[in-house]
Design a protein around this ligand. Sequence first.
Ligand code: PEP
Ligand code: MN
Length: 365
Amino acid sequence: MEKNPLPSQKAASLWLPESSKPLIIAGPCSAESPEQLLKVAQDLKRMENVSFLRAGIWKPRTTPGNFQGVGSEGLKWLKEVKKETGLPFSTEVGSEKHVYEALKFGVDMVWIGARTVSNPFVMQEIAEALRGVDIPVLVKNPLSPDLDLWEGAIKRLSNVGIRNIGAIHRGFSWWGKSIFRNQPFWKIPMELKAKFPNLPIICDPSHISGKRNLVPFVAKRAVDMGFDGLMIEVHPEPEKALSDAAQQLTLHEFELLLAFIKDSNFQEESYPDELLSELRAEVDIMDDLLLWALSNRMELSGRIASVKTSRKMPALQPKRWSQVLDRVTNTGEQSGLRVDFIKKLYNAIHKESLSVQNELIEKVK
Ligand code: PEP
Ligand code: MN
């Protein structure tokens, strides 16, 4: 695998806290009023380990008619709140114009949202607008589980000389039922880290979870896996929030989360079950994927059967079967599976495939 240190990257410690501590970014999904921002910022400031306030002012909504954000007005509030509390602030930029606006108000850090990262034209425009700017720029993963697209967005920023780039893992859109709003697919951010060891990667458990009771478990898992920081949605009154109400934490819940991620012995009755459901939800997704792949494979067996019938070939083709077995045994072994297991599994799959084919061949005879 290509190892690219993103050469223009500054030592991450210049904007991350002490290397052993995760960077904490917290604040409401959306800026709603000057009072809301001041309240949340004052409380977060008291907690000390929060490095940046977050608040979205331009909200990319999936459904038209939903709250679109307060716009540039929110930048005035954020600037004022920083003056009062001393807490640096960050916001999402989704266009060149947003970048210029945010910079005008002295934004301390910006992030680029999942929908924007999915569009290379807009990413390039934003990168150009940020040329020569020396604030950290965080890149969320794109909506689809596409590492190249994520990496491409990061490289566009690196190519214009941005020195403080970070990535944010916020989960991926996926079909099927799951307890997550966005699927974590942890392997993808881990691969990004392996490719770019100097690139800080922050986890956004709020958008992965979609509901507040899951947020601490996803956060804990991310920290245990060595993520460099967390971005958490916190709101003074989450149930009244104008966006993402179900996933925002109260300040008290956020304090508990900070204790939970720090202390591996933290005891709370319901916690082990929640952690177990997080892991089981991932297993369910993998099972759905396995079943989907198997049903597609059997459907192909049916199509192969009709070709074999027209060519008067028997269903069992020993040479082809031995090639298939060799290939899957090698690939499976490289992925860490035991040879014995792959052979057992594939014998069962092959047996089922032959019987599907034979049934069809018999039918047309
Ligand atoms: C957000 O951070 O509030 C947001 C809209 O995030 P995402 O781009 O991950 O959906
Ligand atoms: Mn949100």
